[in-house]
Design a protein around this ligand. Structure first.
Ligand SMILES: C[S@@+](CC[C@H](N)C(=O)[O-])C[C@H]1O[C@@H](n2cnc3c(N)ncnc32)[C@H](O)[C@@H]1O
Length: 206
């Protein structure tokens, strides 16, 4: 499906299994986005599993740091309609696609923000979702495009920034990491569940 076709679609008729089958969900995005889905966007089943931990009670507020095309937030918000899912994304084209994906889903408990996560106040949130967003600064095969600067220095800066922000969060804060990042989790966060086949880790601040 090309982008023009997708802009003309009637979104009130989302296909059966839209929230279940990754290829059906991904099919609404341009080819270059579909091609990198397995590496860069959370699979729908993982998103639901992570969200069940991040939204333990109605009214939970969750932030996805580096929300990309919005796949985690949309799948999570659909599964947990009484909680609020926000995503912050630095790339404008991905942010625009996430907003469009929200429009077709008609979900009201999702919000996307364009910018660097360092500009955003993490204090508002009860829970954080993190899919190894800074790795593209270290691993050139993990890069989405060449639209931004990459460097090990940026990796260190973002990791330290997030570590401090997590340290400042209240006791009871929930965190899910998907792929890596284990060595940057501050002391005080207890690993309470993990699925190493995925590799998904769930943490709570004591
Ligand atoms: C691995 S993708 C995950 C996307 C989404 N969270 C998901 O699970 O489907 C990481 C995203 O983080 C974004 N990102 C990386 N560093 C960022 C930063 N400092 N601020 C905001 N977004 C960032 C990238 O542009 C990319 O879209």
């Amino acid at each position: 499906m090309d982008t023009d076709q997708y802009n003309l679609m009637d979104y009130s008729l989302l296909p059966l299994n839209y929230y279940v089958d990754d290829s059906i969900f991904d099919n609404f995005f341009p080819e270059r986005i579909r091609k990198i889905s397995k590496v860069h966007w959370t699979p729908l089943a993982i998103a639901k599993k992570a969200a069940s931990f991040l939204a333990p009670v109605p009214g939970s507020k969750i932030l996805d740091i580096g929300s990309g095309i919005g796949k985690f937030c949309i799948a999570a918000a659909h599964a947990f309609p009484d909680s609020e899912f926000h995503g912050v994304e630095q790339r404008k084209d991905l942010f625009d696609m996430a907003v469009e994906a929200q429009r077709r889903s008609e979900l009201r408990n999702v919000r996307f923000l364009h910018g660097n996560f360092t500009e955003w106040n993490l204090e508002y949130y009860d829970s954080i979702y993190f899919y190894n967003a800074f790795a593209e600064n270290l691993i050139d095969v993990a890069r989405i495009d060449e639209s931004i600067d990459y460097s090990p220095g940026l990796y260190a800066y973002y990791s330290n920034y997030l570590c401090k922000a997590l340290e400042n969060k209240a006791s009871g804060t929930r965190l899910v990491t998907y792929h890596g990042y284990v060595h940057h989790i501050p002391l005080g966060y207890e690993l309470v569940k993990q699925d190493l086949n995925k590799p998904l880790r769930m943490w709570i601040k004591k």
